[in-house]
Each structure stands twice: as C-alpha cells, then as structure tokens.
Ligand binder design. Sequence first.
Ligand SMILES: [Zn+2]
Length: 405
Amino acid sequence: MTALLIKNPAQIVSPRPGSLRGPELKDLHVSSGNCIYITDGVIQTIAPFKELESRAQVDNAAVIDASGKAVVPGFVDCHTHLIFGGDRTDDFALRTAGASYEEIATNGGGIARTVTATRAASKAELKDLAHMRLNRALRQGTTTMEVKTGYGLNPETEMKMLEVIKELNDEHPVDLIPTFLGAHSVPSSMEKTDYIAQIKAMLPEAARIAKFCDVFCEQGYFNSAESFVILEAARKAGMLPRLHANQFHSVGCIEAAVDIEAVSVDHLEVLKLDEISRLADTDIACVMLPGVSLFLDIAFAPAREIINDGCIPVLASDFNPGSNMSLSLQLVMSLACMRMGVSVPEALACITQNAAYALRLDNVGCIETGWQADLVILDCADYREMAYFYGENHAYAVIKKGALV
Ligand SMILES: [Zn+2]
C-alpha cells in the first residue's frame, strides 16, 4: 500500500459532486484545519492532523507540508487538440505583422500546414511533441485531458493520431480521453459527400480507441444535417456524440445536438438566447473556450446567460496550433472571471467537476472521500488568488492518483 498525507493546507476547496447548474456552481466546499489522507491513489479521509497522525505513522505515509497553501481538485481539460505535427509560429508572426487569413493560407499556412505536417510525422515524432506539451499542462495542474484527432483527414493519419493518444495515455501520468474528430474539415483533395462516406467507414475502427466522436458543425464545414448523420452513425459504432458549435455562426447545430442527445456542445461564442433556453432543458454540457476568443480577438461565449438560464457550464482550453496555443486552465479561469462575468468559485467548478461531467468521468473533479486523488497544491493560501494574480502558474505541486508528479 502507498500512503500520502497532505498536511495542514490553508484551504481545501472542492465543488460538490454532480453536474452543477446555477447557484450550485458557486457553492464550493471550503475547509481549513483539515488534512487529506490518501492510500493507493484514493482519498481516504479528510480530517484534522491529530486524527490522522498515528495512522500515517503506521502506514509509513509520505508527508507533504501544505501549510500556507490551498488545495483544489486536479484540473480537467475537456477540449484539446494536443496531437499535431509541425509548428505554426510563422503563421502567428505573419498574422501579428498584419497578414490576412487568406495571405497566410496562400503562403502555405493555416490548417493545411498542420494537416501536411501531421500526415508526414511518424508516430514517434507526434508522441514526442505531444509528450512535451502534456508535461507543460501537468506542471500547470491539468491531470485529465480530452484529446481530439482531426489533423489527419484520412484513415491512416486519423488512426495514427488515435494510437498516439492511446500510447501516451499508457506512458504519461495525465489521463487522456480520446475523441475522433475526422469531421474537422474536408480535405482539399475530396468532395464533401465522399469524405463523409469515408468518415462513416472509419467509425468502427475509430471506436476501438475513441470514447467520443466530434464534428465541426459550422458554415463552410459540416452543416447540422451532416453533423447529425455522422454522429448518429458514431453512436451506433459505440462513441458518444459531441459538437463544435456556434463558434462563428448559428446554423442549427444546437438543434442537432439536442436531437442527437450530445454529451456537449463546445465553443458557443455566438449562442443565441433561445438556444441557451433550449440547452438549459437538457443535460448537455456547454463548453466555453475563452482562450480562443483572446487569441483570435472574437466574442467571448455568453457565460452569464448560460449560467443564469440553468445550463451546465464548462470551461476548457481548446489548445490547438491555429486558434489557441495555450494549455493553461489557470489562464482560462482568469479570462472567464475578467472577460465573461464568471465568479471565481464558478470558474473553478467549470474546470473541475463540470469538466469531468462533460467527459462522463465520475471519480475526478472533486475532493471527496472515495474519489481518485487528483489534486493541485497551490502556491497561495487563498485559491481565488489563482485567478486574480493571473498569467502565473500557481501550481506548487500536482498529485495524480495519489502520487506526486
Ligand atoms: Zn476545438
């Protein structure tokens, strides 16, 4: 048996279990004067030191002195594009020097550059790149991450990406949840109807590894009817449906998501009020991605309306080379607080418990007896400082399944 005692933290802060809506989001459990006792990766007891001291000695437990530090659940990033080949630094430099999207694309940049590089990269190269990125995420407190395919756009490369996710999950402490996103874009060499047929043919193979199937439902990509058809077939193949929806246009994706009983709708920058009411009547998680709004200088999702109407709000990074090159959920939290009208406790719930719900995980996202011991020990005594003192990494130590990582 392995045992770990987190001794005398200034605060232990946790959302309540469940899919949190409205006032439940800010109803965090904040305690001081308690320690966390962990055995074999599971939280056993939350109690004062004097009640745990002798047991910790008997068990020969490791001890982390957390005095003056707050402890929060490990962060769950439920929307990333972690795996890709190549580098888009040149695109970014051109854009910041004033080049238009078209000029960048003409220059060989944009998503086409990433697809070409991802197809050309070996599995080992993709894994090395992703491994380095994942280390960065872990250092910043992310202990669970969803990862999408979508830069292959052909059967070989999409499967190569899924295999990289699977192997990386076995090798790295961060738990990775694979999502098949063959419907990210239509490859330039194919007609859309042919490509959709190809995606459908790939679904049984993808479902061997992927838990979710995602579609980029957007004007110029996949419309709501096409998204529905793909996701219906994906569900039959054994994957749970989710959608990129309402990033630039409202084109019926929310209706499709409700019809298909999607697990989540992600982006939502241009969500309309009637669509928010529609989502509030469902169990669909509403995943907002403020890093993209910052990076592309577009509108932020209407978080306040989403929360006030009773939807299940979630925050994630959408880490990807084209529209948000940041893995920091601490920055996401700060952006949500500063630019979207989300309070600090709500924001914490959105990157922990509700994000775990969006991935259909039921043992992470809270600090509760019996739950997996995924924790972040912050370098501050008050967890709210993490959002306030922004642009900094406040993770002092990260615990994954009861081990310091
Ligand atoms: Zn995305």
